[in-house]
Design a protein around this ligand. Structure first.
Ligand SMILES: NC(=O)c1ccc[n+]([C@@H]2O[C@H](COP(=O)([O-])OP(=O)(O)OC[C@H]3O[C@@H](n4cnc5c(N)ncnc54)[C@H](O)[C@@H]3O)[C@@H](O)[C@H]2O)c1
Ligand SMILES: [Zn+2]
Ligand SMILES: [Zn+2]
Length: 368
C-alpha cells in the first residue's frame, strides 16, 4: 500500500531484541532513491544465517532486524538513474553487488568487492526505528528496498520458491565447489553438514565431475537426502570418528576437497584433517565471532600441505551465476525441487527455524 508521497506500508518478520523470536509487524518503506529498487517479494528461503542473526551470533548491534536474505520477487518501482532493471522484472536478490570502484573491483576481482552495494536505510518500524535488513536485503516480508544492482533478472517462467534459494544457500554451495575450491573431474570430496548449503556443495561437486562424494552429517534423514543429490558414500558422525571413516573410504589417504557447512569448531578440525596431501579445505559454515578452535597442530597441518580457505557466497558473481543456476535448474541439472522441503506463510517463519533445528527440512520457503 502506498500513500500520496509514495511511502509503502509493508509487512515483515522483525526481530526486536537478541534471542527473541521475530514477529510479523507492519513497517514503512520510503520511495526508492537514486539507484534503488522496491521489490515485491514472492518467496524467501529460510537460511540458517537468519536464525544465527536472530540468536545474536553476530552480536547485538543489528537490532531491530528485518529477517531474510534469500529471496525472489518482482521489481515494483525503481529510483532515479536505474538502468539494469525496470518495473515488472522478475528477479533474484543478491546479498553482494560489486561496486565497481573498490580496490578489488578495480583489480577485476568483483566477487571480493569490499564495498558491496546496498540501499540506504529507508525502512522503519511503525514507531520510527530504522530497520537493519539481514545482509542488506530483508526478505521475510511483502516488500523490501534494495540497491538495483542487487536485483538479478531470471526467466519469469521459473518458480519463485526454487529461484529464491539461488539467492543464498544454493549459490553458496554450488559456488564453493566450482569457484572457491575448483573441484576437478575424478576427484574425491567430503562435505560436513548436509543442510541446504551442504547438499548444494554436493550438487556442485557432482557437476564438476567428482567421482567420490562423501556426505557427513549426524542425522540419518539428512544423509538419505544427500544421497539423492549425488553423495556416493554416507558417514554418520555420531557413529564414530568421521575422519577415520573418510580415510577408510579413500584407500587410507583422505579426500582432495573437504567442505565445512556446519559452522562448528569440531567439524572445522575434521574438515582440515580428512584431506589427502595437498587437498583443499573450504570453510562455508559461519561459526560466529566468539567461536575458537582450541588447537591447530601446525606440524600435522604443514605436512598435509594444500590450502585452507573461506568461501563467502561461493565466490559467485550474481549477474553471471544466478541466470546460470536458473538454467541448470531448467535443464534438470540442479534438483532445487527437493531442496524446497516445505512451503510456509510469513506468519510461520519461526516454525521454519524450528523445523530446521529439528532437522526436518533442507529449506522451508516462505511464500508471500
Ligand atoms: N559462507 C557463506 O557465504 C554462507 C552462506 C550461507 C550459509 N552459510 C552458513 O552455512 C552453514 C550451513 O547453513 P544451512 O542453511 O545449510 O544450515 P542447516 O542447519 O540446514 O544445515 C546444517 C547441517 O549440519 C548438520 N550438523 C550439525 N552438527 C554436525 C556435526 N557435528 N557433524 C556433521 N554435521 C552436523 C545438521 O544436521 C544439518 O544437516 C551455516 O553456518 C550458515 O550460516 C554460509
Ligand atoms: Zn567493489
Ligand atoms: Zn544464507
Amino acid at each position: 500500500m502506498a500513500d500520496a508521497a509514495g511511502h509503502i506500508t509493508a509487512r515483515g518478520v522483525i526481530a526486536r531484541e537478541v534471542g527473541k523470536p521475530g514477529q510479523v509487524e507492519e513497517f514503512t518503506i520510503d520511495p526508492p532513491g537514486p539507484g534503488e529498487a522496491l521489490v515485491r517479494i514472492l518467496a524467501s528461503g529460510v537460511c540458517h544465517t537468519d536464525l544465527s542473526v536472530q540468536n545474536g551470533v553476530f552480536g547485538g548491534d543489528f537490532f531491530p532486524v528485518l529477517l531474510g536474505h534469500e529471496g525472489a520477487g518482482i521489481v515494483e518501482r525503481v529510483g532515479e538513474g536505474v538502468t539494469n532493471v525496470k518495473e515488472g522484472d522478475y528477479v533474484i536478490l543478491a546479498w553482494r553487488a560489486p561496486c565497481g570502484e573498490c580496490r578489488f573491483c578495480l583489480a577485476g576481482k568483483l566477487h571480493l568487492c569490499a564495498a558491496s552495494l546496498n540501499a540506504e536505510k529507508r525502512m522503519r518500524t511503525m514507531d520510527g526505528i530504522t530497520l537493519q535488513p539481514v545482509l542488506g536485503i530483508g526478505t521475510f516480508c511483502t516488500h523490501t528496498l534494495v540497491h538495483s544492482k542487487q536485483c538479478v533478472p531470471v526467466d519469469e517462467s521459473l518458480p519463485p520458491e526454487q529461484m529464491s534459494l539461488i539467492g543464498c544457500g544454493v549459490m553458496t554451495g554450488v559456488g564453493a565447489a566450482l569457484y572457491s575450491a575448483k573441484v576437478e573431474p575424478g576427484s574425491s570430496v567430503a562435505v560436513f553438514g548436509c543442510g541446504g548449503v551442504g547438499d548444494s556443495v554436493i550438487m556442485g561437486a557432482k557437476l564438476a565431475g567428482a567421482t567420490t562424494i562423501i556426505a557427513v552429517d549426524i542425522d540419518p534423514k539428512k544423509l538419505e537426502w544427500a544421497k539423492g543429490f549425488g553423495a556416493t558414500h554416507l558417514v554418520n558422525a555420531r557413529e564414530g570418528d568421521p575422519v577415520a571413516r573418510i580415510k577408510e573410504l579413500t584407500g587410507g589417504f583422505g579426500v582432495n576437497y573437504s567442505f565445512e557447512a556446519v559452522g562448528r569448531p569440531e567439524t572445522t578440525e575434521q574438515a582440515i584433517f580428512c584431506r589427502d596431501l595437498a587437498g583443499t579445505c573450504t570453510i562455508i559454515g559461519v561459526a560466529g565471532p566468539t567461536s575458537t578452535m582450541k588447537e591447530l597442530p601446525l606440524g600435522r597441518f604443514f605436512d598435509l600441505g594444500g590450502a585452507l580457505r573461506v568461501s563467502w557466497y561461493g565466490d559467485c558473481l550474481p549477474t553471471r551465476d544466478f541466470p546460470l543456476l536458473a538454467t541448470w535448474y531448467q535443464h534438470g541439472k540442479l534438483d532445487l525441487d527437493t531442496v524446497v522441503t516445505r512451503i510456509i506463510s510469513l506468519d510461520e517463519a519461526q516454525e521454519g527455524f524450528h523445523a530446521m533445528e529439528r532437522g526436518e527440512t533442507l529449506r522451508s520457503v516462505i511464500r508471500l
